[in-house]
Design a protein around this ligand. Structure first.
Ligand code: SAH
Length: 244
C-alpha cells in the first residue's frame, strides 16, 4: 500500500499503539503549533520504524505544548530491505543528498566506507541519521535504514558476509551496460559500493575484482559524479535484483 502524500508525517522514537498519548519533541511541537498551526482535532501521521504508520489526533493544544493521541494504524510495519548501501562519504551537501536518495530508493542499511581517495574520513553520524529521518518523513519510508559506523575499505571486504553479493560500481569497467552482470546475480542478499569523487585506487579495484562475491558493474560510457552514480546504481540494482 503506498503512502498517503497529503498528510504530514513525523518520526517519533517512542512506541505507537492505539490510545497512546505522544508528546512530540520541542522542535516538532514548534512546527505543529507555529508552522502547521495545528488546532485540537488536527490530524497527522507518526511512525517510529517499528510499529508501522499511525494516524494521530491533537487532543490537547496549549501555547507551547501539544498532545497527540494515536487513533489507528494506517500502514503495517514493513521489514527492512536487505540492501546494504556502502558509500565513500562525500563533502556535506552531496553527502546529505546521497543519504536521502539511498533512503528513498530502498536501502536497508547505510555503510560509510573509507577508501584511499575518500575526502571525508569522519562523516557526522548524527547528521547522517538526521538525513535518513528527513527522507523517510518526506517519502513515507517506514522501514528506517540503519546507519552503521564508518569502516575502512579493507575491513569491509575482510568482514564481508559470504552469502551477500557485493556489486561495485567500477568507473574503469571495459563495457558500458550493467544489465547482463546484474541479471546473472543469484544471491538474495545484496550490497552496493560506490566510490568517492576521486574514484577507487588501482589496488582497491584489484582487491575487489579478485573476490568471488564481487560483481563489478559499469554505469554507462561517461564518468558520473559519485552522488549521481549512487542514484543510477540504486535504480539499476532495485530494478534487476531488488524490490522494484
Ligand atoms: N576517478 C573518476 C571517477 C570517480 S566517480 C573521477 O575522479 O571523476 C565516483 C564513483 O562513482 C566511482 O568510484 C564509481 O563507483 C562511480 N562511477 C562513476 N561513474 C561510473 C561509471 N561510468 N561506471 C561505473 N561506476 C561509476
Amino acid at each position: 500500500m503506498r503512502a498517503n502524500y497529503r498528510m504530514q508525517r513525523l518520526f517519533v522514537p517512542g512506541d505507537l499503539a492505539a490510545g497512546m498519548e505522544i508528546e512530540p519533541s520541542v522542535a516538532q511541537t514548534h512546527y505543529l503549533l507555529h508552522v502547521l498551526r495545528m488546532a485540537e482535532g488536527g490530524e497527522l501521521l507518526l511512525f517510529n520504524g517499528r510499529d508501522g504508520e499511525w494516524l494521530v489526533r491533537a487532543t490537547a493544544v496549549a501555547k507551547k505544548t501539544i498532545v497527540l493521541e494515536a487513533v489507528e494504524q494506517m500502514r503495517p510495519q514493513p521489514p527492512l530491505p536487505d540492501l546494504l548501501y556502502c558509500f565513500a562519504p562525500l563533502k556535506q551537501g552531496r553527502l546529505d543528498y546521497l543519504v536521502q536518495k539511498a533512503v528513498e530508493m530502498g536501502a536497508g542499511a547505510l555503510q560509510p566506507v573509507i577508501t584511499q581517495h575518500t575526502q571525508v574520513a569522519k562523516p557526522g553520524i548524527e547528521r547522517l541519521k538526521a538525513n535518513v529521518i528527513e527522507a523517510a518523513e518526506q517519502c513515507g519510508v517506514l522501514a528506517v535504514p540503519l546507519v552503521r559506523e564508518p569502516m575502512k575499505f579493507e575491513r569491509l571486504l575482510a568482514d564481508w558476509e559470504a552469502d551477500r553479493r557485493l556489486i561495485f560500481c567500477d568507473e574503469d569497467a571495459e563495457t558500458n551496460n550493467p544489465l547482463a552482470a546484474l541479471q546473472a546475480i543469484s544471491e538474495a542478499k545484496i550490497g552496493l559500493l560506490v566510490g568517492p569523487e576521486g574514484g577507487f585506487s588501482e589496488a582497491e579495484r584489484k582487491a575487489l575484482r579478485a573476490l568471488p562475491f564481487v560483481t563489478a558493474i559499469p554505469l554507462g560510457p561517461r564518468i558520473l559524479r559519485a552522488d549521481t552514480a549512487a542514484v543510477a546504481a540504486l535504480a539499476l540494482v532495485q530494478a534487476t535484483v531488488g524490490d522494484w
